[in-house]
Write a protein that binds this ligand. Structure first.
Ligand code: GLN
Length: 193
């Protein structure tokens, strides 16, 4: 089978970890910083980091409209943590001027677990993945509510929503890539024809 060409949005955040996971899955990986690079990939990962910064850099690099257009046209996309925030239709507590790229009809709350010191790791059930996923939560967002057509793929034991999927967009609050788990990325690859 031909190698899949997958992008990682490389404006800020844990780009390297996603690149490593995708290479392990035998993908050709493009660190996406320009509209031309974006147009060349079959799917895109939006990494964790700081959603405010990624949004501002997307504006500065003239990537905002190309990203919105590609996602709404159905480019398969996976957002982790800050990436989930950037895919969410509504951000409850945006930084001043912060918007999103869209893709998931959900309401998200940033830094829902407190600050960096309240980061934690846990094991989670994720729909479509056999066995538990080891998940790191780092200043993570929570999904407050979801619109029609959004599938909830992961919740914490207290039922708070930490993973969703809608069409070709997947968003998760946590970071499987920092612990080298590639199975959520495999879900993204399944969305590439
Ligand atoms: N709190 C960050 C934000 O608002 C997300 C943290 C992360 O991606 N690990 O973007």
């Amino acid at each position: 089978m031909a190698q899949k060409r997958i992008g990682v949005l490389a404006l800020q955040g844990d780009v390297r970890e996603h690149v490593d996971v995708l290479r392990k899955l035998d993908c050709e990986v493009v660190e996406v910083k320009t509209p031309a690079q974006l147009a060349s990939v079959q799917a895109l990962v939006i990494p964790g980091g700081e959603s405010t910064t990624i949004f501002k850099l997307a504006e500065i690099f003239d990537m905002l409209e190309p990203l919105r257009a590609a996602i709404s046209a159905g480019l398969p996309v996976l957002g982790t943590c800050a990436g989930l925030i950037l895919l969410s239709k509504t951000i409850l507590d945006p930084a001043s001027g912060q918007e999103s790229f869209g893709g998931l009809d959900v309401v998200v709350r940033r830094n829902a677990f407190g600050n960096q010191n309240d980061s934690f790791e846990t094991e989670l059930v994720v729909t479509g993945i056999g066995g538990l996923v080891h998940a790191a939560f780092i200043r993570a967002p929570i999904i407050d509510s979801v619109g029609e057509g959004v599938e909830i793929i992961s919740t914490l034991p207290d039922r708070r929503i930490v993973g969703v999927r809608q069409g070709k967009a997947i968003g998760i609050s946590f970071h499987p890539e920092v612990v080298g788990d590639s199975r959520v990325h495999e879900l993204l690859l399944e969305l590439v024809n």
